[in-house]
Design a protein around this ligand. Structure first.
Ligand code: SAM
Length: 312
């Protein structure tokens, strides 16, 4: 399998100039390689390989060794996410490096720090394919953000670093604690922000009763998740009512990010759901122009995302 960069497909290794650009913006969280067999991410001083098949792994590892010698990257360890055994082996495997190094580390995106953990399952706590959206949100300097399905609160940190008050909602108290740690890593006091461990659908009436209003929203849900008391979440079924539920919480001209990894859906599907939900409520919605694709994410990778403006 060819592992070198192909200009037509943009698969291959990220160029050394691009790595220098990441360094210049204080970013150590980015992809290094994308190919048909999987991809390699730099997560601080470690590499995380997400690979589809054991057969082609050996040639990738040989290529990584060559690149590590060529590129001035300080890399301590290489971890593997076996995508061919996802059901049976959700843990990351340490392929090389010192096994006594801490499994919790810190890595950076645009100067912001995030706690990365290699021992909590197949996710390390950070989705680097949302970099452009976090950056856009931060540049907009919102006053109040409602971050639904917050996970480790990376969107909350991005908005709070630009002065926003932030509300992070997630079913998992454990990931919200992780989120608070991310705030502290950036000298943001979590006591000045809100972390609600509850179902995103239940958070909306709760916030409405408290007469809160927001000028920015993030909805980045899983495709499907088990909820409390058998209340499952299904993106194709529930996204529309979730959007409808947040409309009474909107300041005029509020920004809304919709994002999904649900494979059949593209941004047009997200827009359709938003238009339906808004028209049921008699509210206008306008799509914002798509953000430029990051240099380390080839066409067709990453979630489908869409920024919208909710009109009064
Ligand atoms: C795809 S992750 C979100 C990623 C996050 N936006 C980020 O950029 O890091 C999905 C999150 O949704 C949470 N979740 C699942 N069902 C939920 C529900 N019904 N209400 C609130 N959170 C839920 C999970 O605990 C998980 O943390």
């Amino acid at each position: 399998m060819p592992l070198s960069r192909s200009s037509e497909s943009e698969l291959g290794w990220v160029a050394p100039e691009q790595i220098a650009d990441f360094a210049a913006t204080g970013t150590t969280l980015h992809r290094l390689f994308s190919g048909p067999g999987g991809w390699v991410e730099r997560q601080g001083r470690d590499l995380l390989i997400s690979w589809n098949s054991p057969e082609t792994l050996r040639s990738l590892l040989a290529e990584i060794e060559i690149r590590r010698r060529e590129l001035p990257l300080p890399i301590d360890r290489v971890f593997l996410r076996k995508r061919w055994e996802r059901e049976t082996s959700p843990k990351l495997l340490l392929l090389s490096g010192n096994p006594t190094l801490p499994m919790a580390t810190t890595a950076k995106e645009n100067g912001l720090s995030f706690r990365i953990r290699f021992d909590t399952g197949e996710s390390t706590g950070f989705f680097l394919d949302q970099r452009a959206n976090r950056s856009f949100l931060r540049a907009r300097r919102p006053t109040r953000l409602l971050n639904l399905f917050a996970y480790t609160c990376s969107f909350g940190v991005a908005a709070a670093s630009a002065g926003a008050q932030t509300w992070n909602v997630d079913l998992s108290p454990r990931t919200l604690e992780w989120g608070k740690e991310n705030y502290r890593l950036n000298a943001l006091d979590p006591r000045d922000h809100w972390f609600l461990a509850r179902d995103a659908r239940d958070a909306l009436p709760y916030l409405l009763r408290r007469k809160l209003r927001f000028d920015a929203f993030v909805i980045d849900p899983p495709t499907f998740a088990h909820g409390r008391g058998g209340k499952d979440f299904s993106l194709p079924r529930d996204l529309g009512s979730l959007i409808e539920g947040l409309l009474p919480l909107c300041e005029p001209n509020a920004l809304l990010l919709l994002s999904t990894n649900y494979q059949p859906w593209r941004s047009a599907d997200l827009f359709r759901e938003a238009v339906r939900a808004c028209s049921r409520a008699g509210v206008n919605v306008e799509p914002l122009p798509p953000l430029p694709r990051p240099v380390d994410l080839p066409e067709g990778t990453g979630p489908a995302t869409l920024w919208l403006r909710i009109k009064p």
